[in-house]
Every structure is written in C-alpha cells, then in structure tokens.
Write a protein that binds this ligand. Structure first.
Ligand code: DAH
Length: 340
C-alpha cells in the first residue's frame, strides 16, 4: 500500500493538462468516486491495524495533494490567454447589487393590472397643467369653494399654469381627444401645497379610472368597485359606499373597504369602525361630458380616483409617507420579492 501511495504521489507531482478535457480525465482518474485514490481508501480496511495510523495519514495527504494539483491545473488553464490588455481595470470588484421595485410602483402596477383585466387601458397626461383641464372643465366654478379643497402650486410666471392637484385632469384630456366608448386608467404624480409630515406630502400619487359609454349605470360602477377591492385585498373584502361630493361627479360617493387588518372587527387602524376609506367615485356629471365635447344625452359614465400611498399603507403598513421619497435602501430592500 505504501509503495502504491508513493507511486501515485510521484505521478501527481508530474501531472500536466493542456485542455479542459484532459484535466477532466485526470480528475476522474484520480479523485472521482471510483478513482484511484478512493480505491485506496477502500483497500485501507485490509491494512494491518498497527500500520493504520501511518498509512491513514499518508492516504489523507495523498488525497489533499491530488485535489490541490487538479485545482492548480484548472487555475492555470483558466489563466491561459489572459494577458494584461484583456483585463478591464475599470470594472467594479464587487458584484452589481440588484435593485428592487419601489413599493409605490408595485402597488400602482397591481392596480393598473386589475383594471386592465377589465379592458381598461393606461392613459397619461402632463404634470404641469392649466387651470381649465384641472378645474374648469371638471365643473369647479371660478369661485367654487371646492377649489379650496386642494391647495394648488401655481407656476407663478405663467398665468393659469399649475401643477396638477389630481389625475382627474387626464379624464378631461382623454374625453377631449377620443370618442366613447372610453375605458381608461390613469396613474400619475400629483402636487398639493401641504406641509410635509408623516401623513401629508407636497407630492403623491393617484390612480384614476374613467368609463364612458351608452347606458353606463351606478350598478356598473359598484360591480367594478367590488371586483377591484376583492382582487386587491382578497375575496373576503366587503365594500361600503357613502354619499359624498365632488364637483365632477353626480351622484358622488366614497368607498370604504372592510378593514383588512382586523377583518372588520375593529382595531386602532380603522379607529374601531371596521372600515377604511380608499377612494372617491361617482357618475360623471353631464356638465363635464358637455365641457369635453361628449353628448350627455347619449352617453353616461363613471369615474373613480384613489391615492396610491394610502393603498400601499394598507397593503404593506407604511404609515409614514416620507419614507417613500427618502430613497433609503434599508426601506426599499424590504420590498424584495413583493408584488406579482
Ligand atoms: N380627484 C379626486 C381627488 O383628488 C378623487 C376622485 C374622486 C376622483 C371622485 C374621481 C372621482 O374620479 O369620481 O380627491
């Protein structure tokens, strides 16, 4: 046995391989499961017990030698053909870290996907808007107190120009530029002149939906709302509509969903009511249709709008709005693998 070990050792020290194929053959010959060295380990049983210690040690050394020789040859082969000019010295030594999608993007995509399954297509509009598209066309009278509901950023050197305060302005633009049937979903950023705190920000995100066709009724709206709520928050979710007021819809409503945290039994999040508000909606006011060139005797429609931050808070418990725009990777990394 000892003779054989010495012989193999000499062979290993003299090993060479020109190609990966040759190297692989050597690996199989010496160290694969049925290779020469494992065979010796099998034969070890027959070594007289007084020699076992010494021979065992030599065998282990042989095995280590074989592994390191094969690795050396592999490294030498891999290095072949690498001259200094092939090395890209500007390349980072660290692997490029993979980013994650922003939670607001995840939720926005989930919302638009649900509506796209119902045949809605995405529409977009400018963030720098004019007064007419944001307010006047949507039935906010010049001195209407509803304009006070939204603190607007005006572009001071261009009269009548402002940052849109809601995505409803995309409704205006789409109705003006296309014929019914219209079925659109409009995600986007909006701006309001609010002091920044954990629950208010000067910019945030909304998704608006608009459907205009012949004979669209409030029942259609209600069914879409139920489908949407159950797709987003689970099939156990219940909805409740409360009468409300928006200048551009009549009648108008706000929709609550059964609190997805306590399941409707009451908790701190829903202020022990079992319900949380998530969106505003209603039948498009005939004045709005007419303002946008659509015959209100022939067509009717519904609209709805919601804040993406609020939905994200409900889905992922992000209760401080400021986290969304701080760009802190420790926050963003928590959304790895989230969404669909
Ligand atoms: N634009 C409203 C807001 O920003 C939200 C809204 C309410 C949109 C009712 C709608 C609607 O389309 O029908 O507060």
């Amino acid at each position: 046995m000892q003779e054989r070990i010495e012989q193999l050792k000499a062979e290993l020290l003299a090993l060479s391989a020109q190609t990966a194929q040759e190297l692989e053959e050597l690996r199989i010959k010496y160290i694969s499961k049925k290779g020469l060295i494992p065979q010796l380990f099998d034969a070890f049983k027959t070594v007289p017990s007084e020699q076992k210690r010494l021979v065992g040690q030599q065998l282990n050394e042989l095995k280590e030698l074989a592994t390191s020789r094969i690795n050396e040859l592999r490294a030498a082969l891999a290095g072949q053909g690498t001259s200094h000019s092939d090395i890209d010295w500007s390349r980072s030594a660290y692997p490029t870290p993979l980013g994650t999608r922003h939670p607001l993007t995840l939720v926005q995509q989930e919302i638009t996907e649900i509506f796209s399954r119902l045949g809605f297509s995405i529409a977009e509009g400018p963030e720098i808007e004019d007064d007419w598209h944001v307010f006047s066309a949507l039935n906010f009278a010049e001195d209407h107190p509803a304009r006070d509901m939204q603190d607007t950023f005006f572009v001071s050197n261009v009269p009548g120009t402002l940052l849109r305060t809601h995505t409803s302005s995309v409704q205006t633009r789409t109705m003006l530029s296309s014929e019914p049937p219209i079925r659109i979903i409009c995600p986007g950023r909006v701006y309001r002149n609010e002091a920044i705190s954990y629950r208010a920000h000067c910019f945030f995100h909304q998704v608006e939906a608009l459907y205009i066709d012949q004979n669209v009724s409030f029942a259609d709206l209600k069914q879409v709302l139920l489908y949407f709520a159950q797709e987003l928050f689970g099939t156990d979710t219940k909805i409740r509509l409360r009468p409300s007021y928006f200048p551009f819809t009549e009648p108008s409503a706000e929709m609550d969903i059964s609190c997805n945290i306590c399941g409707g039994t009451g908790c701190n999040f829903c202020k022990h009511t079992g319900w949380v508000e998530i969106l505003g909606c209603g039948m498009v006011d005939p004045n709005v249709l007419e303002n946008c060139g659509i015959d209100s005797k022939k067509y009717s429609g519904y609209a709805l709008g919601m804040g993406i931050e609020r939905i994200t808070n409900l889905k992922y418990r992000v209760s401080d709005l400021r986290l969304f725009s701080e760009n802190d990777v420790r926050f963003l990394e928590q959304f790895k693998g989230a969404g669909r």
